[in-house]
Unconditional design. Structure first.
Length: 404
């Protein structure tokens, strides 16, 4: 999945102005395979010319873009990336590579868009130095885990809320959370995360020839994903005589927390006699994810608030993608998920950690192939109406223009 980044931090042919305002998209990494929504923002907001600042570069074969300015010439392993980010967060010292300052002088950007709250804090001094308006988008751990687990981040966010010009988040729940953290409400705006509908065709699922219900789980092995509770739900159905099969796409990134969660997942599979019904694929390519998606009947996303306070913040974009493909979703009333999954229309919602409630939703879908088709079709319509990346990119440009 990985390819080598560009050989230098400058691409002279890309610095020529075409009359569009230049916007910097600033990230810790361009681009994890799970962050397709950032790629959509950069690609489809084509009223602006996008320049990327990233400390690390990977997956250029899946997410090609130029110019990218980065001090790194080698992709880092996930564990390395997290340790490096943790060190920067702990020190709280904004250090900006020379590549970034050179790029600002050559590209003359009009605005800087920081992706994730902790990245926004790091970018503050850069925006102040070059007098750039700053937009910050929060996504999940940055609005829950950081301020919950570390008092120093509340102080850092207070400075960020004062200096940055606009804060974007994907739904009303996250917006309210930002205001509770001290962000002025007039600076907070809901900007939904969209998906590329042209790249995700709707396909009506055919029932399995053996009569089984094929359930897909796709996420990292983080506690907030609630995977063991989803497996408990499937075991309840299996014991009731339902022919359920589950495919799990994802793995631990190597951190201590995710390694512990991986062991919980494996233990649940063993204790609930699900080994023969489960297929674990680990991390897969984007194309393989979609090949698997169209082979399954139901997407299961039992998200919850983790013991350390970590949450989805908004809603997993994978839920939007799977709905767009025509697959009903069984999930939880967690953060902004109820604004994505319409309970009883595009899927079913249960309380967090409610295995019986999850099992109830899956059972209704198992009992009725016609309901699965109807909910899958309704999910596609809902995504077309509310989560089209091209339409949302135009709305993002309005935010930019209002600050220029």
């Amino acid at each position: 999945m990985f390819s080598s980044p560009p050989p230098s931090d400058r691409h002279p042919l890309e610095t020529r102005s075409d009359g569009r305002p230049v916007v910097v998209h600033s990230l810790f990494e361009w681009l994890p395979s799970t962050m397709t929504w950032v790629y959509s923002q950069v690609r489809f907001a084509d009223g602006m010319r996008a320049v990327v600042f990233a400390d690390r570069v990977s997956n250029l074969d899946s997410f090609p873009w130029r110019p990218i300015y980065s001090p790194s010439v080698r992709p880092a392993r996930p564990a390395q990336m997290l340790r490096g980010q943790a060190l920067v967060n702990r020190l709280g010292i904004p250090v900006h590579p020379a590549a970034y300052t050179r790029a600002i002088r050559t590209q003359s950007p009009r605005l800087l868009h920081s992706h994730f709250g902790d990245r926004g804090y790091r970018d503050m001094s850069l925006c102040s130095r070059f007098k750039l308006p700053q937009v910050v988008t929060f996504y999940g751990y940055d609005v829950s885990l950081l301020p919950t687990g570390s008092p120093r981040w509340r102080g850092r966010y207070a400075k960020l809320f004062e200096q940055a010009d606009r804060f974007l988040c994907e739904g009303p729940h996250m917006a309210a959370t930002l205001v509770e953290l001290g962000c002025p409400s007039e600076k907070v705006h809901v900007q939904r995360l969209g998906v590329d509908l042209e790249a995700i065709p709707y396909r009506r699922r055919r029932a399995a020839e053996d009569g089984s219900l094929r359930v897909l789980v796709a996420s990292t092995f983080a506690e907030k994903k609630g995977i063991p509770y989803g497996l408990e739900a499937l075991s309840l159905l299996a014991r009731a005589g339902y022919a359920v099969k589950v495919t799990i796409i994802g793995d631990s990134s190597g951190t201590e927390r995710q390694e512990r969660e991986k062991q919980r997942i494996l233990k649940t599979l063993e204790d609930r006699s699900l080994r023969g019904r489960a297929t674990l694929l680990g991390y897969v390519s984007h194309s393989e994810l979609w090949r698997q998606a169209y082979m399954h009947d139901v997407f299961l996303a039992p998200s919850m608030t983790a013991s350390d306070g970590d949450t989805e913040g908004g809603a997993p974009v994978t839920i939007i993608e799977m709905s767009a493909s025509g697959m009903p979703v069984v999930s939880t009333r967690h953060c902004d998920i109820p604004h994505v999954v319409q309970d009883g229309v595009t899927g079913f919602l249960a309380a967090e950690r409610d295995s019986e409630g999850l099992a109830g939703g899956i059972k209704r879908l198992a009992d009725s192939p016609e309901l699965r088709i109807a909910m899958g079709h309704a999910g596609r319509r809902h995504v077309e109406d509310s989560f089209d990346a091209r339409i949302l990119a135009r709305k993002l440009e309005v935010h930019y223009l209002s600050l220029l």
